[in-house]
Design a protein. Sequence first.
Length: 440
Amino acid sequence: MAYPISGFSKLTKAEKIAWLGDTYLKNSPSSVHTLQNYWHPDSELQNLHDEFTENTLSNFYLPFGIAPNFLINGRNLAIPMAVEESSVIAASGKAAKFWNTRGGFKATVLGTQKSGHVHFNYSGDPKKLLLFFEEIKPKLLASVSEIVRNMEERGGGVLSIELKDKTDLLANYYQLACSFETKDAMGANFINTCLEQFGATLEKEAQQFDLFSETEKQLHVIMSILSNYVPECRVRAEVSCPVEDLGNKQEGNGKIFAEKFMQGIRIAEVEPSRAVTHNKGIMNGIDAVVLATGNDFRAVEAGIHAYAAKDGSYTSLTHAEIKNGIFHYWIEIPIALGTIGGLTSLHPLAQVALEILQKPSAKELMEIAAVAGLAQNFAAIRSLVTTGIQKGHMKMHLMNILNQQQTTSSEKALIIEHFQTNPITHSAVIEVLQKIRNVE
Ligand code: MEV
């Protein structure tokens, strides 16, 4: 076989799988069968999935579940979540129920602006560049008039274009820093199309600007791309209740629990190693909603973690305080989501997720995602500072272990019964299973 392989993407799916079987799966013929086993029997639906990306061979399922009892801004919602990790949905449901009887979650969108840049090189007089920019600004906007028409009809569009001198960071480096409103669309394609057009107009106009010398006319665009850092597209979610209302069976005394809880948050505020895990738990909730609704979780992850490090040290995304006997607990995150366009409109399950959420606007979905993150963090810290997480986690994980061991339903029932009162570890489960099988 000669590498690199040419024309692979032009092969049919069957040919690609045959190639894979011959090249990498010779010792594992069942893998080929598994790939085929995961095809959807409805060929139309399978074709739809095949076309989401390239060189598709099969589907990779994730569980799609819901966490009910979320009271958000006075509305009861069940939040759809796509996530493989055991305990995440259970934890969400528990936190939702806890806060449902304590006033629920309040969420507020603090801004919806997104941004992007034309990164370009210019070696010349900065004052002339500024004059040039002021002169061509209307032309830049005019050059995207067709692209923005639909978006403007929906109330969005280009909000601003600024020239930024970044030569203190990198020689000859300037930007057109642009901001956008994309309403219910995530807007990545819209923003990138506008930016590429701005870049082309910028270069073309530079060639014709009389004040520029021949060298200055060689202004050239390096790249035009949106930023996934969206601090102006931000949402806050919060809960609050009298400290004594925090107490119940698991927490014990409300005041003691609140103090321990806040200490748990403070550790994540000051200690980056803990903050990473703390925020990972928050992302368990956020990513699951982002995925279920067909949004781009990589963009969301990158933007949120950058925000967590915005002051120079990576820190907690959630915060808590007690004021006048009231426990306040909140999260603030930047997050760009869409409820129209892209996979949100194409993936049938993303459509179902949006239906479950009562067809939210992008702003409402931002609120829901922030609430899912806060709820997840609440559940994690609550467990960590009381029982520890392993108790609940292993209970959920028990099913995974049983499935790995291909237990029958009667074996499952016996083992679940046994571990109601015994600590769950992998080796303990295997031991009990072996005992049952030896008796049988
Ligand atoms: C596990 O997926 C998430 C936690 O580790 C989060 C945390 O420690 O806060 C439980």
